[in-house]
Design a binder for this molecule. Structure first.
Ligand SMILES: [Fe+2]
Length: 225
């Protein structure tokens, strides 16, 4: 099976300088391949669109003059959209990366510095909610209301990531994908199908779907491993 495009829900591991890697990333997989890819300006194997997670070099990402980080690798900033075009028209992807942080949620996104940038803010949600015709929403955290049958916080834990549920209610995308919780989970929030993806290499970390521009229906093709 060949995919036209890859959408990534954050914690992509953008660490151009391995010395800046945060503690959690150092404990897990480290800086990975990104420094080498960036140094050689290597092209992504297929068009890839990613949002930030809570483990990236946010300061570096925000300082980039363009959202095309590498050829074929597009950073979808919080509150922004990316239009994929096919023969039938446009499939619009909207993104809110980072996780929920009660202390930063009501602050202005432009005022967040350094590690605080791991949180999304209300003004970013507001910006995206005003955009028409969004087909797919990518969030890093799970929209408030998503229930996890199994979770490290306890079985049956319910996400409290405020604002993401409001975003779905207003933007009415066809589907929402999220990550962060290292669990493959299905839910419905504000009438929108939400698909939680697992950590890389774990069951359900990769889900394939097919979507045609200008229609509401879409279908899941499969998932791996
Ligand atoms: Fe995360």
């Amino acid at each position: 099976m060949r995919f036209d495009c890859l959408l990534h829900v954050g914690d992509f591991g953008v660490w151009p300088d391995p010395r800046r890697v945060d503690k959690a990333t150092r404990r897990h997989d480290g800086a990975g391949d990104f420094p080498r890819w960036f140094e050689t300006k290597r092209e992504a194997p297929r068009k890839t669109i990613f949002i930030k997670g809570n483990h990236e070099d946010f300061v570096w990402l925000d300082a980039q003059p363009t959202t095309d980080i590498l050829p074929g690798l597009h950073y979808l900033r919080n509150g922004a959209t990316f239009d994929l075009t096919d023969d039938d028209g446009v499939i619009r992807i909207g993104g809110v990366g980072g996780c929920y942080g009660p202390t930063n949620y009501e602050r202005r996104s432009a005022s967040l510095q350094g590690y605080s940038k791991r949180h999304y803010t209300q003004d970013e949600i507001e910006r995206l909610a005003q955009v028409e015709g969004i087909d797919v929403v990518l969030t890093h955290d799970a929209p408030a209301g998503v229930t996890f049958p199994r979770h490290r916080q306890g079985d049956g834990w319910v996400s409290n990531a405020r604002g993401l549920d409001v975003l779905l209610a207003r933007a009415r995308p066809r589907v929402c994908f999220f990550g962060h919780h290292h669990t493959r989970v299905d839910a419905e929030v504000s009438g929108v199908r939400c698909i939680g993806l697992n950590k890389v290499a774990r069951p359900g970390n990769l889900v394939a779907f097919e979507m045609t521009a200008g229609r509401r229906d879409w279908r899941l093709l499969g998932e791996w491993p």
